[in-house]
Write a protein that binds this ligand. Structure first.
Ligand SMILES: [Zn+2]
Length: 367
């Protein structure tokens, strides 16, 4: 299922291939976020052609809208959204606890109120796996409990016990006849012993891969990297490791050095919609008046469609005029920036030059 092709000699970075029912994914990989089955403002074909062979969607959101009956009619989520690549669906645990109007948790289920129409629903770990089997997701994520960054140790411990119990239920609920993969989610808030306990316990359950959750929720970077390092180092070496919902280019390249293989984050797409763009020399905001007359592209090292064809002045103009086109152009650029970084990361691991690439990349961005 997962092959490690090469390991970096100076860090824990590794180059791999993840086999899914809808294609082989080169890792490290960045998965664009299409919560509702669309990555905002770009087409599935554009994504695929940009080299994104796997994208993310969300069970909680799709369950509420358009609803299971609609997707079931198309045979799979992939058919419904007409994407050629693979799809990982997040369970929606995070959304239930952060978005729903209320979420009442018991040992074996969570009852919540839809943030859309106020309807009451109940998710059990079994049900969430079955919903993702209806989607025919390439990678299924189990329901877990997100207790938030402020949780006390006793609360975190209690939530972790439920998450671990649910992980076991989820892996047993999965239909073994089908080729969907299932990953389990390692949690533990910001407590070193809980992070360890979670990773060790889940490793025994022999999932197809392991996610690391509950990070980048407001903690400082040092804490995040420390927790990430504990989780990653205790998870099985021969399975893919997926850092959920993180992060900046700096976070990703650091996480790769700690042995993480898979990433998703809304940053490239969400930032684009506020005019914020990533460049090889740091981030800039296209709204800024210094760009008003600038003929140069966003990033002279980028060969995306936006940078190959348009000046900062034009991009600023369409952004300030609230033209839809500006969202597209800035999204195309930001996604290309992430993809290009990931491509370079893979190449540098292959050439056993990753730490050099990492240091140069970070130095140039922070200058
Ligand atoms: Zn560009």
């Amino acid at each position: 299922m997962f092959e490690i092709l090469k390991k970096d000699s100076k860090s824990k970075a590794r180059l791999g291939k993840l086999h899914t029912q809808n294609g082989i994914i080169d890792t490290p990989v960045f998965m664009p976020v299409g919560t509702l089955g669309t990555v905002k403002s770009v087409s599935p074909l554009e994504l695929y052609n940009e080299g994104f062979k796997i994208m993310l969607s969300n069970t909680y959101h799709l369950f509420l809208r358009p609803g299971m009956e609609v997707i079931e009619k198309f045979g799979s989520l992939r058919n419904f959204i007409n994407y050629k690549g693979a799809i990982l669906t997040d369970s929606g645990g995070f959304q239930i606890f952060s978005l729903a109007k209320f979420a009442k948790i018991s040992d074996d289920s969570v009852e919540f109120m839809s943030h859309i129409d106020g309807a009451i629903h109940v998710f059990t770990p079994e049900k969430v796996v079955k919903l993702q089997e209806v989607f025919d997701s390439d990678i299924i994520m189990p329901l877990d409990v997100f207790s938030g960054p402020e949780a006390s140790k006793s609360r975190a411990e209690k939530d972790l016990d439920i998450t671990l119990k649910w992980a076991e239920i989820s892996i047993n609920a999965k239909n073994k006849e089908k080729n969907n993969l299932i990953f389990l989610i390692s949690q533990g808030n910001f407590f070193e012993d809980l992070r360890e306990k979670s990773a060790i316990y889940l490793s025994e359950l022999n999932a197809d891969g392991y996610a690391i959750g509950g990070l980048a929720v407001g903690e400082d970077k040092e804490t995040m990297y420390n927790m990430l390092n504990i989780s990653a180092s205790k998870l099985p070496e021969n399975k893919p490791r997926y850092l959920m919902g993180v992060g900046t280019p700096e976070d990703i390249i650091t996480a790769v050095s700690l042995g993480v293989d898979m990433f998703d984050c809304v940053l490239p797409t969400r930032n684009a919609r506020t005019g914020s763009v990533f460049t090889s020399k740091g981030n800039l905001n296209i709204k800024n008046s210094i760009h008003k007359f600038e003929k140069q592209p966003i990033d002279d090292e980028c060969n995306c469609y936006a940078c190959s064809n348009f000046s900062r002045a034009y991009l600023r103009h369409v952004f300030m005029s609230k033209e839809i086109f500006s969202q597209r152009l800035l999204t195309i650029h930001n996604l290309h920036f992430y993809q290009n970084m990931i491509f370079n990361i893979r190449q540098s691991i292959n050439n056993d030059n990753f730490m050099n690439y990492k240091n140069n990349f970070l130095e140039k961005r922070l200058k």
